[in-house]
Unconditional design. Structure first.
Lengths: 291, 282
């Protein structure tokens, strides 16, 4: 069953001014319950606008967004409920920390949902565990944490609301490769445990390829692809024409294939690429395929 | 080649607010950077690479040891401004570095503070914006620019001060692939065409490959220093320090490990493909 259904939505910023810009143009797609969806697209492709529409921060000019079958703008006064159900982690969420302690900061969302105190406490601790925050950090000031810990505390604040859909906009930006891997596997683990829906916006094709069930590709305000990672990345040339970059190993496979070597251009990791090349070397006398 | 920055037996530790002392962030760094070089400094967060970068223009001073810039010791209070004129610093987040509401005013900010005459500022700002390919945006508001464009404006602001060396601390970490390419092209051009010494702090191996020389830092020490080709042939050592190599390099390394006749080290997609084509056709 689809948790989110986007039907023909369009949005234009600054209508009637000289800065008028169509950010989304007749976009339609569905997201399945429990899915891990990666969203890619170059700067200005409309992906941030799209995720802000999904939790009701922006309202579309045209079209409808259905959450569990109901139009989120059916009762505009209750749009706040949608924001509890569709949790949004913005870019650099650590700049939004403000409370005296990490515990209070994470509890801010659940508190606004009017939950009883013991339930809030449990949600805070669960959220801290999912994001790998050590219990002793909970009573510190968020401003005494390291960069990576701050990022985790901010993400925990959204997870603590236990949203049906969790949206993360570039959660690993600015982290080093180790920090990035750790954070992404925590998000993956959260998804595997809770079985809810996660949407991840990223510039890193390697990360998106590794973690997503399906990938949505945005270009110039339109959704141009929605498919498995393998299927999306095997269309490397098209992605490049949209200003996106495929993983280096995928590019190598693509270029080898253009030279007539029969490798699978859907290879996403060095291991996969390596076994493709080994396969070709072991049968190098077979007839080359057409590129 | 002429020595420009010389780091001698540098130890550094941060002082904590409550008077407690922390561990050394840098432990015995020796490094000489020559005029006109393009050096990439690579390491994890917490490896000490950014701490090291901030020693190059006297933002941090050594706890023990010395850093000299064109012969001037960074500990010499009277020379701090001369040092900062020679060595400009570009930071990770372009939004934290932009001060004015119009691109060309932002680029002029540094020059104004140096007391450069107005006519000269006009000339320098125009040249700097042309050098980073942002001249046509000179009248724009910086907040309407993309991340890569903002970062190039920040670099133009440094160029306008006519430094001999630019230190860039993870300038592409917040940018998308296109913005990253723009900034890397700009940096490479400034080095090759204008002869500006570049020190690039990064954790992207694809960027380090473009430098003349790569310095690898872990736990406050330099553990590897050489040309990209030398450094990236040491795949095992890099993995021990939990650093990646470019995927092309790793694929070649795996093939070599299986006994195939491929080069010691490849750095680019093209080299990797050439090696594989040779294997298949040969």
């Amino acid at each position: 069953m689809s948790v989110i259904k986007v039907k023909n939505i369009s949005l234009t910023y600054g209508k009637g001014t000289s800065f008028c810009k169509t950010a989304l143009d007749d976009v339609s797609f569905e997201i399945e319950q429990g899915e891990f969806l990666g969203i890619i697209g170059h700067t200005g492709s409309g992906k941030s606008t799209l995720v802000q529409l999904l939790n009701g921060l922006l309202r579309p000019d045209k079209g409808r967004i259905l959450l569990n079958g109901r139009d989120i703008w059916e009762k505009p006064k209750q749009i706040r409920q949608v924001r509890f159900k569709v949790g949004m982690v913005f870019q650099y969420p650590e700049y939004q920390l403000f409370e005296e302690t990490v515990r209070k900061d994470i509890a801010y969302g659940p508190k606004n949902m009017d939950l009883p105190p013991e339930e809030i406490e449990k949600k805070v601790e669960d959220a801290a565990r999912f994001t790998g925050l050590r219990p002793e950090l909970l009573d510190k000031s968020p401003f005494d944490l390291s960069g990576g810990e701050k990022r985790r505390a901010a993400i925990a604040g959204v997870i603590a609301m236990d949203p049906d859909v969790l949206i993360l906009d570039e959660p690993a930006a600015g982290l080093d490769p180790l920090g990035r891997d750790a954070l992404l596997s925590e998000i993956k683990n959260y998804h595997d445990t809770r079985r809810n829906t996660v949407l991840l916006v990223s510039h890193s094709m390697e990360d998106i390829a590794r973690i997503s069930d399906r990938i949505l590709v945005m270009n110039k305000g339109k959704n141009v692809m929605l498919d498995s990672a393998k299927a999306v990345f095997s269309r490397g040339r098209e992605l490049e024409s949209m200003g996106l970059r495929v993983p280096q190993i995928t590019r190598i496979m693509m270029l080898l294939r253009e030279k007539g070597i029969p490798v699978d251009t859907g290879a996403l990791t060095v291991e996969q690429g390596f076994s493709e090349v080994l396969g070709c070397l072991s049968q190098k006398h077979s007839a080359p395929v057409r590129p | 080649m002429k020595e420009f920055i010389k780091v001698k037996d540098l130890y550094f530790k941060y002082e904590e607010e409550d008077g407690q002392e922390s561990d050394f962030a840098l432990r015995g760094i020796d490094l000489t950077i020559n005029k006109g070089e393009f050096v990439a400094v690579v390491g994890h967060n917490g490896s000490g690479k950014s701490t090291l970068a901030k020693h190059f223009n006297a933002i941090y001073l050594p706890t023990t040891g010395d850093v000299t810039v064109d012969g001037m010791n960074t500990k010499d209070d009277d020379r701090v401004f001369d040092i900062r004129k020679k060595v400009g610093l570009v930071l990770q987040n372009p939004d934290n570095q932009i001060v004015a509401g119009v691109v060309e005013e932002d680029v002029a900010f540094g020059c104004e503070n140096l007391g450069v005459p107005p006519a000269e500022i006009r000339h320098r700002v125009d040249e700097a914006l042309k050098a980073v390919d942002m001249y046509e945006y000179r009248q724009h508001s910086p907040d309407k620019l993309s991340g890569g464009q903002k970062q190039r404006v920040a670099i133009a602001g440094i160029i306008a001060m006519e430094p001999e060396c630019i230190v860039l601390d993870e300038p592409t970490a917040m940018l998308d692939p296109r913005g990253r390419d723009e900034v890397m092209e700009t940096i490479t051009k400034l080095n090759r065409e204008n002869g500006i010494t570049i020190i690039l702090i990064t954790h992207y191996m694809e960027e380090a490959v473009l430098a003349d020389r790569v310095v690898m830092v872990d736990q406050g020490r330099i553990f590897l220093d050489g040309t990209p080709r030398e450094v990236f042939s040491r795949v095992e050592l890099l993995k021990q320090h939990r650093l990646d190599v470019p995927q092309a390099t790793e694929l070649n390394y795996k093939l070599r490990g299986c006994g195939f006749d491929v080069p010691d080290s490849v750095l680019s997609e093209e080299e990797c493909i050439e090696a594989i084509m040779k294997l298949i056709k040969g």
